[in-house]
Design a binder for this molecule. Structure first.
Ligand code: SAM
Ligand code: SF4
Length: 374
Protein backbone atom coordinates (compact mmCIF):
# COMPACT_ATOMS: atom_id res chain seq x y z
CA UNK A 1 0.00 0.00 0.00
CA UNK A 2 1.21 3.52 -0.83
CA UNK A 3 2.40 5.77 1.99
CA UNK A 4 2.10 9.56 1.93
CA UNK A 5 3.49 12.26 4.19
CA UNK A 6 1.58 15.49 4.75
CA UNK A 7 3.58 18.32 6.33
CA UNK A 8 1.46 21.15 7.67
CA UNK A 9 2.91 24.67 7.74
CA UNK A 10 0.54 26.65 9.99
CA UNK A 11 1.47 30.21 9.03
CA UNK A 12 -0.08 32.86 6.78
CA UNK A 13 0.79 36.50 6.26
CA UNK A 14 -2.87 37.53 6.39
CA UNK A 15 -5.97 35.44 6.95
CA UNK A 16 -8.38 35.21 4.03
CA UNK A 17 -11.91 35.92 5.23
CA UNK A 18 -13.31 32.56 4.07
CA UNK A 19 -10.62 30.29 5.47
CA UNK A 20 -10.89 28.28 8.70
CA UNK A 21 -7.74 26.20 8.20
CA UNK A 22 -5.45 25.68 11.19
CA UNK A 23 -3.18 28.56 10.32
CA UNK A 24 -1.98 31.67 12.14
CA UNK A 25 -0.81 35.15 11.23
CA UNK A 26 2.01 36.68 13.27
CA UNK A 27 -0.59 38.63 15.29
CA UNK A 28 -2.71 35.52 15.92
CA UNK A 29 0.39 33.65 17.12
CA UNK A 30 1.11 36.51 19.49
CA UNK A 31 4.75 35.48 19.85
CA UNK A 32 3.61 32.08 21.13
CA UNK A 33 5.46 30.03 18.54
CA UNK A 34 8.21 30.79 16.11
CA UNK A 35 8.21 30.29 12.35
CA UNK A 36 11.99 30.12 12.40
CA UNK A 37 11.99 27.13 14.77
CA UNK A 38 9.23 25.28 12.93
CA UNK A 39 11.23 23.17 10.46
CA UNK A 40 13.26 21.58 13.26
CA UNK A 41 10.09 20.70 15.15
CA UNK A 42 8.55 19.09 12.07
CA UNK A 43 11.78 17.17 11.47
CA UNK A 44 11.62 15.88 15.06
CA UNK A 45 8.15 14.50 14.31
CA UNK A 46 9.45 12.88 11.11
CA UNK A 47 12.00 11.05 13.30
CA UNK A 48 9.18 9.90 15.58
CA UNK A 49 7.30 8.66 12.50
CA UNK A 50 10.34 6.69 11.34
CA UNK A 51 10.48 4.95 14.75
CA UNK A 52 6.87 3.84 14.30
CA UNK A 53 6.85 3.04 10.58
CA UNK A 54 10.39 1.77 10.15
CA UNK A 55 11.94 2.10 6.72
CA UNK A 56 8.67 2.22 4.81
CA UNK A 57 9.11 3.74 1.39
CA UNK A 58 7.35 7.09 1.01
CA UNK A 59 5.47 7.55 -2.27
CA UNK A 60 4.17 11.10 -1.88
CA UNK A 61 4.96 14.17 0.18
CA UNK A 62 2.57 17.12 0.31
CA UNK A 63 3.57 20.30 2.10
CA UNK A 64 0.43 22.30 2.74
CA UNK A 65 -0.94 24.92 5.01
CA UNK A 66 -1.23 27.63 5.74
CA UNK A 67 1.33 29.01 3.39
CA UNK A 68 4.39 26.75 3.14
CA UNK A 69 6.17 29.28 0.93
CA UNK A 70 6.28 31.77 3.82
CA UNK A 71 9.11 29.62 5.17
CA UNK A 72 12.52 29.86 3.48
CA UNK A 73 12.85 27.26 0.69
CA UNK A 74 15.81 25.84 2.61
CA UNK A 75 13.46 24.91 5.49
CA UNK A 76 11.00 23.14 3.17
CA UNK A 77 13.88 21.24 1.57
CA UNK A 78 15.31 20.25 4.98
CA UNK A 79 11.94 18.79 5.97
CA UNK A 80 11.78 16.84 2.70
CA UNK A 81 15.32 15.55 3.09
CA UNK A 82 14.53 14.41 6.64
CA UNK A 83 11.71 12.25 5.26
CA UNK A 84 14.09 10.81 2.67
CA UNK A 85 16.86 10.15 5.19
CA UNK A 86 14.65 8.74 7.94
CA UNK A 87 12.28 6.64 5.83
CA UNK A 88 13.31 6.72 2.17
CA UNK A 89 11.55 8.42 -0.73
CA UNK A 90 10.49 6.33 -3.74
CA UNK A 91 12.55 7.16 -6.85
CA UNK A 92 9.45 8.49 -8.59
CA UNK A 93 7.95 10.13 -5.49
CA UNK A 94 5.48 12.97 -6.05
CA UNK A 95 6.58 15.92 -3.91
CA UNK A 96 4.17 18.87 -3.83
CA UNK A 97 4.18 22.19 -2.11
CA UNK A 98 1.24 24.53 -1.92
CA UNK A 99 2.21 28.09 -2.67
CA UNK A 100 0.65 31.47 -2.49
CA UNK A 101 1.45 33.41 -5.71
CA UNK A 102 2.50 36.32 -3.45
CA UNK A 103 5.19 34.40 -1.62
CA UNK A 104 7.25 32.84 -4.43
CA UNK A 105 10.08 34.24 -6.56
CA UNK A 106 11.97 32.74 -9.53
CA UNK A 107 14.81 31.94 -7.11
CA UNK A 108 12.67 30.29 -4.43
CA UNK A 109 10.99 28.08 -7.05
CA UNK A 110 14.37 27.11 -8.48
CA UNK A 111 15.61 26.16 -5.03
CA UNK A 112 12.51 24.05 -4.39
CA UNK A 113 12.84 22.22 -7.71
CA UNK A 114 16.54 21.57 -7.19
CA UNK A 115 15.81 20.47 -3.62
CA UNK A 116 13.52 17.67 -4.85
CA UNK A 117 10.03 19.18 -5.16
CA UNK A 118 8.28 17.92 -8.31
CA UNK A 119 4.92 19.67 -8.14
CA UNK A 120 3.63 23.08 -7.10
CA UNK A 121 0.02 24.02 -6.39
CA UNK A 122 -0.79 27.73 -6.45
CA UNK A 123 -3.75 29.28 -4.63
CA UNK A 124 -5.12 31.36 -7.50
CA UNK A 125 -8.83 31.40 -6.45
CA UNK A 126 -9.95 33.96 -9.04
CA UNK A 127 -8.59 36.31 -11.70
CA UNK A 128 -11.17 39.02 -11.07
CA UNK A 129 -10.12 41.89 -8.77
CA UNK A 130 -13.51 42.46 -7.08
CA UNK A 131 -13.85 38.70 -6.38
CA UNK A 132 -10.33 38.52 -4.94
CA UNK A 133 -11.17 41.56 -2.80
CA UNK A 134 -14.31 39.89 -1.39
CA UNK A 135 -12.16 36.83 -0.60
CA UNK A 136 -9.59 39.13 1.09
CA UNK A 137 -6.92 37.81 -1.26
CA UNK A 138 -3.99 40.14 -1.43
CA UNK A 139 -2.31 39.00 -4.64
CA UNK A 140 -2.43 40.90 -7.91
CA UNK A 141 -4.07 38.59 -10.50
CA UNK A 142 -1.16 39.24 -12.89
CA UNK A 143 1.10 37.54 -10.38
CA UNK A 144 -0.36 34.08 -11.14
CA UNK A 145 0.81 33.71 -14.79
CA UNK A 146 4.18 35.05 -13.69
CA UNK A 147 4.45 32.52 -10.87
CA UNK A 148 3.47 29.69 -13.23
CA UNK A 149 6.08 30.83 -15.79
CA UNK A 150 8.74 30.96 -13.04
CA UNK A 151 7.75 27.44 -11.97
CA UNK A 152 8.13 26.20 -15.56
CA UNK A 153 11.52 27.92 -15.89
CA UNK A 154 12.57 26.25 -12.67
CA UNK A 155 11.74 22.87 -14.23
CA UNK A 156 8.40 22.01 -12.58
CA UNK A 157 6.57 19.63 -14.94
CA UNK A 158 3.52 19.54 -12.69
CA UNK A 159 1.77 22.80 -11.90
CA UNK A 160 -1.68 22.99 -10.34
CA UNK A 161 -4.01 25.93 -9.74
CA UNK A 162 -6.71 26.17 -7.03
CA UNK A 163 -9.85 28.08 -7.92
CA UNK A 164 -12.91 29.02 -5.88
CA UNK A 165 -16.34 29.67 -7.40
CA UNK A 166 -19.53 31.08 -5.93
CA UNK A 167 -18.03 34.08 -4.15
CA UNK A 168 -20.78 36.64 -3.39
CA UNK A 169 -20.89 39.15 -6.24
CA UNK A 170 -19.15 36.82 -8.73
CA UNK A 171 -21.10 36.69 -12.01
CA UNK A 172 -20.98 33.72 -14.39
CA UNK A 173 -18.93 35.96 -16.71
CA UNK A 174 -16.47 36.61 -13.86
CA UNK A 175 -16.13 32.86 -13.27
CA UNK A 176 -15.61 32.26 -16.99
CA UNK A 177 -12.88 34.93 -16.96
CA UNK A 178 -11.16 33.18 -14.04
CA UNK A 179 -11.31 29.79 -15.76
CA UNK A 180 -9.97 31.27 -18.99
CA UNK A 181 -7.18 33.05 -17.13
CA UNK A 182 -6.28 29.81 -15.34
CA UNK A 183 -6.25 27.87 -18.61
CA UNK A 184 -4.12 30.55 -20.28
CA UNK A 185 -1.42 29.66 -17.72
CA UNK A 186 -1.33 26.10 -19.14
CA UNK A 187 -1.72 24.20 -15.84
CA UNK A 188 -1.46 20.40 -15.67
CA UNK A 189 -4.08 20.23 -12.94
CA UNK A 190 -6.91 22.40 -11.62
CA UNK A 191 -8.86 22.10 -8.37
CA UNK A 192 -12.12 24.07 -8.39
CA UNK A 193 -13.97 24.30 -5.07
CA UNK A 194 -17.30 25.92 -4.39
CA UNK A 195 -16.95 28.56 -1.69
CA UNK A 196 -17.87 27.09 1.68
CA UNK A 197 -19.05 29.62 4.25
CA UNK A 198 -17.29 28.21 7.31
CA UNK A 199 -18.63 29.06 10.77
CA UNK A 200 -16.46 31.45 12.72
CA UNK A 201 -14.88 33.11 9.68
CA UNK A 202 -15.07 36.80 8.74
CA UNK A 203 -17.01 35.74 5.64
CA UNK A 204 -19.64 33.96 7.77
CA UNK A 205 -20.07 37.10 9.86
CA UNK A 206 -20.55 39.21 6.73
CA UNK A 207 -23.11 36.74 5.38
CA UNK A 208 -24.97 36.56 8.70
CA UNK A 209 -25.15 40.34 8.98
CA UNK A 210 -26.71 40.52 5.50
CA UNK A 211 -23.75 42.44 4.05
CA UNK A 212 -23.06 39.56 1.62
CA UNK A 213 -25.52 36.98 0.21
CA UNK A 214 -25.08 33.26 0.85
CA UNK A 215 -23.77 31.40 -2.26
CA UNK A 216 -26.77 30.24 -4.30
CA UNK A 217 -27.14 26.52 -5.13
CA UNK A 218 -28.32 27.05 -8.74
CA UNK A 219 -25.53 29.52 -9.40
CA UNK A 220 -23.00 27.02 -7.99
CA UNK A 221 -24.38 24.28 -10.25
CA UNK A 222 -24.14 26.51 -13.34
CA UNK A 223 -20.56 27.39 -12.43
CA UNK A 224 -19.58 23.76 -11.85
CA UNK A 225 -20.93 22.82 -15.28
CA UNK A 226 -19.12 25.74 -16.92
CA UNK A 227 -15.88 24.69 -15.21
CA UNK A 228 -16.27 21.12 -16.40
CA UNK A 229 -17.05 22.24 -19.95
CA UNK A 230 -14.11 24.65 -20.28
CA UNK A 231 -11.60 22.44 -18.49
CA UNK A 232 -12.55 19.36 -20.53
CA UNK A 233 -12.37 21.39 -23.76
CA UNK A 234 -8.85 22.42 -22.77
CA UNK A 235 -7.82 18.78 -22.25
CA UNK A 236 -8.13 18.61 -18.48
CA UNK A 237 -10.28 15.65 -17.43
CA UNK A 238 -12.12 15.23 -14.15
CA UNK A 239 -10.77 12.44 -11.97
CA UNK A 240 -12.42 13.54 -8.71
CA UNK A 241 -15.51 15.73 -8.47
CA UNK A 242 -13.48 18.91 -7.78
CA UNK A 243 -10.25 17.98 -9.58
CA UNK A 244 -9.21 17.88 -13.24
CA UNK A 245 -5.88 16.70 -14.69
CA UNK A 246 -4.21 16.61 -18.08
CA UNK A 247 -3.46 12.87 -17.86
CA UNK A 248 -2.84 10.11 -15.33
CA UNK A 249 0.64 11.44 -14.55
CA UNK A 250 -0.81 14.82 -13.64
CA UNK A 251 -3.29 13.52 -11.07
CA UNK A 252 -2.43 14.30 -7.48
CA UNK A 253 -1.27 10.94 -6.16
CA UNK A 254 -1.13 12.28 -2.62
CA UNK A 255 -4.81 13.17 -2.62
CA UNK A 256 -5.57 9.81 -4.17
CA UNK A 257 -4.03 8.20 -1.08
CA UNK A 258 -6.62 10.07 1.03
CA UNK A 259 -9.46 9.20 -1.30
CA UNK A 260 -8.62 5.49 -1.49
CA UNK A 261 -8.17 5.06 2.30
CA UNK A 262 -4.41 4.60 1.97
CA UNK A 263 -1.83 5.28 4.67
CA UNK A 264 -0.50 8.73 5.44
CA UNK A 265 1.30 10.45 8.26
CA UNK A 266 0.42 14.09 8.92
CA UNK A 267 3.24 16.10 10.48
CA UNK A 268 2.55 19.36 12.31
CA UNK A 269 -0.04 21.09 14.51
CA UNK A 270 -3.56 19.75 13.99
CA UNK A 271 -2.41 17.33 11.27
CA UNK A 272 -4.40 14.12 10.86
CA UNK A 273 -2.88 10.71 10.11
CA UNK A 274 -4.23 7.35 9.05
CA UNK A 275 -2.21 4.17 9.14
CA UNK A 276 -3.84 0.76 8.76
CA UNK A 277 -7.22 1.67 10.18
CA UNK A 278 -5.93 3.77 13.07
CA UNK A 279 -6.56 7.47 12.76
CA UNK A 280 -5.05 10.12 15.01
CA UNK A 281 -4.63 13.86 15.13
CA UNK A 282 -2.12 16.22 16.67
CA UNK A 283 -2.56 19.05 19.16
CA UNK A 284 -3.86 22.02 17.26
CA UNK A 285 -1.91 25.08 18.36
CA UNK A 286 1.68 25.60 17.18
CA UNK A 287 2.73 26.46 20.77
CA UNK A 288 1.23 23.25 22.20
CA UNK A 289 2.84 21.33 19.34
CA UNK A 290 6.25 22.91 19.98
CA UNK A 291 5.95 22.14 23.73
CA UNK A 292 5.26 18.45 23.06
CA UNK A 293 8.06 18.13 20.52
CA UNK A 294 10.60 19.98 22.68
CA UNK A 295 9.72 17.70 25.60
CA UNK A 296 10.52 14.72 23.35
CA UNK A 297 6.93 13.44 23.42
CA UNK A 298 4.42 12.66 20.70
CA UNK A 299 2.21 15.56 19.53
CA UNK A 300 -0.76 13.16 19.19
CA UNK A 301 -3.88 14.53 20.88
CA UNK A 302 -6.31 11.70 20.33
CA UNK A 303 -6.99 8.71 18.10
CA UNK A 304 -9.66 6.28 16.98
CA UNK A 305 -9.66 2.87 15.39
CA UNK A 306 -12.04 2.61 12.51
CA UNK A 307 -14.39 -0.37 12.66
CA UNK A 308 -15.51 -2.22 9.53
CA UNK A 309 -18.80 -0.30 9.27
CA UNK A 310 -17.13 3.13 9.48
CA UNK A 311 -14.47 2.16 6.96
CA UNK A 312 -17.15 1.02 4.55
CA UNK A 313 -19.09 4.28 4.85
CA UNK A 314 -15.88 6.29 4.35
CA UNK A 315 -15.06 4.31 1.24
CA UNK A 316 -18.50 5.09 -0.21
CA UNK A 317 -18.10 8.77 0.68
CA UNK A 318 -14.70 9.11 -0.97
CA UNK A 319 -14.68 6.60 -3.84
CA UNK A 320 -18.07 7.67 -5.20
CA UNK A 321 -16.44 11.04 -5.99
CA UNK A 322 -13.73 9.45 -8.17
CA UNK A 323 -14.02 9.12 -11.96
CA UNK A 324 -13.17 5.41 -11.70
CA UNK A 325 -16.19 5.12 -9.44
CA UNK A 326 -17.13 2.95 -6.50
CA UNK A 327 -16.92 -0.82 -6.63
CA UNK A 328 -20.49 -1.99 -6.03
CA UNK A 329 -19.05 -4.72 -3.80
CA UNK A 330 -18.60 -2.03 -1.14
CA UNK A 331 -22.38 -1.48 -0.90
CA UNK A 332 -24.64 -3.40 1.46
CA UNK A 333 -27.99 -4.80 0.29
CA UNK A 334 -29.88 -1.59 1.11
CA UNK A 335 -27.35 0.51 -0.83
CA UNK A 336 -27.43 -1.85 -3.81
CA UNK A 337 -31.21 -1.75 -3.89
CA UNK A 338 -31.10 2.03 -4.45
CA UNK A 339 -28.79 1.85 -7.48
CA UNK A 340 -31.47 1.24 -10.17
CA UNK A 341 -33.36 4.40 -9.12
CA UNK A 342 -30.14 6.44 -9.18
CA UNK A 343 -29.42 5.11 -12.69
CA UNK A 344 -32.98 5.96 -13.81
CA UNK A 345 -32.60 9.50 -12.46
CA UNK A 346 -29.44 9.85 -14.57
CA UNK A 347 -27.16 10.36 -11.56
CA UNK A 348 -24.92 7.30 -11.91
CA UNK A 349 -23.97 4.82 -14.59
CA UNK A 350 -22.78 1.28 -14.05
CA UNK A 351 -19.44 0.50 -15.71
CA UNK A 352 -18.59 -3.18 -15.20
CA UNK A 353 -19.14 -3.56 -11.46
CA UNK A 354 -18.47 0.08 -10.66
CA UNK A 355 -20.82 3.00 -10.08
CA UNK A 356 -19.68 6.19 -11.75
CA UNK A 357 -21.28 9.61 -11.25
CA UNK A 358 -22.69 11.22 -14.39
CA UNK A 359 -22.12 14.95 -14.90
CA UNK A 360 -25.56 15.58 -13.36
CA UNK A 361 -24.63 13.17 -10.56
CA UNK A 362 -21.48 15.14 -9.82
CA UNK A 363 -23.70 18.15 -9.05
CA UNK A 364 -25.61 16.05 -6.53
CA UNK A 365 -22.73 13.91 -5.27
CA UNK A 366 -23.61 14.35 -1.60
CA UNK A 367 -27.22 13.29 -2.19
CA UNK A 368 -26.06 10.20 -4.13
CA UNK A 369 -23.72 9.25 -1.30
CA UNK A 370 -26.57 9.65 1.24
CA UNK A 371 -28.68 7.20 -0.77
CA UNK A 372 -25.85 4.68 -0.96
CA UNK A 373 -24.91 4.66 2.73
CA UNK A 374 -28.32 4.75 4.40
C1 SAM B 1 -4.00 25.93 2.11
S1 SAM B 1 -4.81 26.73 0.79
C2 SAM B 1 -3.61 26.85 -0.56
C3 SAM B 1 -2.30 27.56 -0.34
C4 SAM B 1 -2.30 29.00 0.12
N1 SAM B 1 -2.58 29.03 1.52
C5 SAM B 1 -3.24 29.86 -0.64
O1 SAM B 1 -4.37 30.02 -0.16
O2 SAM B 1 -2.83 30.39 -1.67
C6 SAM B 1 -5.79 25.41 0.17
C7 SAM B 1 -6.98 25.76 -0.70
O3 SAM B 1 -8.18 25.52 -0.01
C8 SAM B 1 -9.23 26.24 -0.63
N2 SAM B 1 -10.13 26.75 0.42
C9 SAM B 1 -9.81 27.18 1.65
N3 SAM B 1 -10.91 27.56 2.32
C10 SAM B 1 -11.97 27.38 1.49
C11 SAM B 1 -13.39 27.62 1.60
N4 SAM B 1 -13.94 28.13 2.70
N5 SAM B 1 -14.17 27.29 0.53
C12 SAM B 1 -13.63 26.77 -0.59
N6 SAM B 1 -12.30 26.55 -0.75
C13 SAM B 1 -11.48 26.85 0.28
C14 SAM B 1 -8.58 27.33 -1.45
O4 SAM B 1 -8.82 27.10 -2.82
C15 SAM B 1 -7.11 27.17 -1.15
O5 SAM B 1 -6.32 27.40 -2.29
S1 SF4 C 1 -6.66 30.35 2.03
FE1 SF4 C 1 -4.49 29.95 2.14
S2 SF4 C 1 -3.52 32.01 2.40
FE2 SF4 C 1 -5.67 32.24 2.88
S3 SF4 C 1 -5.75 32.03 5.14
FE3 SF4 C 1 -6.26 30.01 4.20
S4 SF4 C 1 -4.34 28.93 4.17
FE4 SF4 C 1 -3.85 31.14 4.45
Amino acid sequence: MSLGFYVHVPFCRVRCGYCDFNTYTATELGGGASQAAYADQAIAEVRQAAQVLGHRRVDTVFVGGGTPTLLPSADLIRMLHAIDEELGLADDAEVTTEANPDSVTPESLQQLRQGGFTRVSFGMQSAVPHVLATLDRTHDPDRVPKAVAWAREAGFDQVSLDLIYGTPGESVADWRASLEAALACGPDHVSAYSLIVEDGTALARRVRSGELPMPDEDDLADKYLLADELLEAAGLHWYEVSNWARDDASRCEHNRIYWTSGDWWGVGPGAHSHVQGRRWWNVKHPRAYADRILAGSSPELDSESLDEATRRVERILLETRLAEGLSSGVLDDAGRSRVPALVRRGLVTEVDDRLVLTRQGRLLGDAVVRELVS
